[in-house]
Design a protein around this ligand. Sequence first.
Ligand SMILES: [Zn+2]
Length: 316
Amino acid sequence: MYHYVRPFNPKYPNFKNLHIDDFRKQLDYFQDEYGFCCKEEFLNSFKTGKPADGVILTFDDGLFCHYEYVYKELKKRDLSGIFYIPTQPYVDSKILDVHRTHLLLGKYESKTVFEFLDKRIDDSLFDQSKLKEFRVLTYKTQENDQYTLLVKRILNYFISYEHREKVMNYLMEEFIPNEKEILESYYLTEDQILEMHENNMIIGSHTINHPVMSRLNFEEQSIQVKNSFDFLESIIGKFHHKTFCYPYGGFHSFTDETEKILSKENCLYSFNVEQRDIENIDLQSRPQALPRYDCNQFPFGQVRELSPTHNIANWG
Ligand SMILES: [Zn+2]
């Protein structure tokens, strides 16, 4: 599982992105150590019920760097990848709240963001029903400092969706006033998605606007799944097969209902985050919760400290 793969940007010194050079080194490492499994072998494993040998690569969030750096590199190596895309940015031309949080914490010290946020919120804005569960279960495996953890938990899990956008708008106006300009090169364009689809890449849904699915009711979850698939079909044409991946991931981030909705929508498989290999039993009895590793679990997959000698780029 990958997210941002791109050069560093000195304007966002704390931004957590895998450097493109490290991505290339990691691909070499996977090739030598495990080999890659091609698209056909991977898809065939759902027919045979036996996992294919080798690595399959997934990229979440429909980011511009997935075309600019990832797709170009995969094409050179004749590899395939699965790209999970949230569809809301194509409809309302806004950066998703989950990514606004990355920008805020990438540009400023987490303590600064937290203190600003803390002054503008109180417990009445929180979604009380799952507060305890999420306090224990979220961000267990990421290495975050305490303020980053607080900011992410508050914005992604605690604050009710009804109030979140307003709070995010305050934060963005204060800290990142050039949001519109950043948006222009933040996500894949529809043309890029189509080109990738036509060149051996698999396109899948990552919902409409990246909610924690377990925070939504059945009806809301169904809309997230169905509408996002429909929208992607309007770009790439009829799906060869449907695939989905859960925003945030982890068993706390979706429910039995989510899996049922996906199966009903004829989704062939969905990815969760659970750090282990895919086994026979996953393919045969729970294809809507396939495990996958974060790239940071393998050599070259960790975020490096920013250094002036690294090649850098100007996004934002
Ligand atoms: Zn995501």
